[in-house]
Design a protein around this ligand. Structure first.
Ligand code: CA
Length: 103
């Protein structure tokens, strides 16, 4: 399964390009731009599993740092600040990682 099987390649390119500057990452805008907001829960889960590189069932901090590369190989790495902000937003139960159900 590739990201482009779920999301539009052109949308991914635009979204990753929009946040290519350092410290510019806005996850809400990004997920909106790649079209994830309009996707079914099944499709969102597919994306989750693509980003869960080690198939642990969770997206950990190390995986979040490279989350843009999961969308497209030329995506930049997130800074530690951006990674932590994204983790805090997605980790609702505070276990330090994001589960498939968004906690
Ligand atoms: Ca993982």
């Amino acid at each position: 399964m590739a990201m482009t099987d779920v999301l539009n390649a052109e949308d991914i390119k635009k979204a990753v390009g929009a946040f290519s500057a350092a410290e510019s990452f806005n996850y809400k805008k990004f997920f909106e731009m790649v079209g994830l907001k309009k996707k079914s829960p099944e499709d969102v889960k597919k994306v989750f599993h693509i980003l869960d590189k080690d198939r642990s069932g969770f997206i950990e901090e190390e995986e979040l740092k490279f989350v843009l590369k999961g969308f497209t190989p030329d995506g930049r790495d997130l800074s530690d600040t951006e990674t932590k902000a994204l983790l805090a937003a997605g980790d609702k139960d505070g276990d330090g990682k994001i589960g498939a159900d968004g906690t």
